[in-house]
Ligand binder design. Sequence first.
Ligand code: NAI
Ligand code: 15L
Length: 271
Amino acid sequence: PTPHRVLLTGAAGGVGTFLRESLPGYGYSLRLSDIAPVPGAPEALAVDLQDRDAVREAVRGVDAVVHLGGLSLENTFDRILAANIEGAYNLYEAVREEGIGRVVLASSNHAIGFTPRPEHPEDRKQDLPIETPFRPDTFYGLSKCFGESLASLYADKYGVETVSIRIGSCFAVPANTRMLETWLSPADCARLVHAALTAPDVGHTVVFGTSANTRGWWDLAPARALGYEPRDDSEAFAESVVAEHGPLVPGTPEYRYLGGAFTTVQPEGFR
Ligand code: NAI
Ligand code: 15L
């Protein structure tokens, strides 16, 4: 059956804000949660993903969960461990115990961020396959590898289905030249999450989440197989973005690796 009541974790964040505006238009009734207050939504649940009882209470009675909550940038290992790794475990345990059948998991391109970016037109004849092995560029990316593997375990062992979306860059508009290759428009994000919530028999399915960008090189076939039909293309912004930021420069992290600057960022306290 099509899920109706959906818990959105991380509802106060950037993607959460897009989705809480768009998903009701697809017929979902949303329950919102975040550790931070959700602007304009006093009914949202204040839930720290580290708090097992609160997480269990938050998932009780919904048909599916869209899990966006957690740290979305590099941080210390201890903080990533608490929010993203233990947080994901607490969420999946709650989902298993409450008998919830479907999770849509916000994974990230940074799970494979140290993969060389297809620089040459030759490398781009074939889109980057979804089977690209884990190659995290940060503790943050590593936590997304954990999340995907956790989802795999819970699908195989307990029948909790998940679509893990390796999101490229989901922002209102592409903010820099790299994002012309990685952009997921807010409207396409809603299309993809809707497809991920409604496609039958997904087991654990991993997909890339980007728009139909002229400059993109991610294989979108796995997402399309769920029913996703992207409509947006970052090319509409290309002229102004390149005029402002310039082209990608050979030798820089953005040029060399999928994960761009995440490949060089250091967590607080590292030298
Ligand atoms: P964001 O940082 O704006 O939102 C994340 C939300 O999670 C925040 O509102 C924060 O308060 C909440 N949160 C953090 N720690 C928490 C905890 N311990 N307990 C409960 N809530 C907690 O991030 P954004 O951009 O909205 O991303 C949403 C999800 O999508 C994240 O999981 C992120 O890793 C993933 N993602 C986002 C991409 C993007 O381009 N925006 C790209 C790839 C992945
Ligand atoms: C991510 O995983 C981050 O959460 C987001 O803030 C962006 O930096 C995005 O990846 C990206 O690679 O552009």
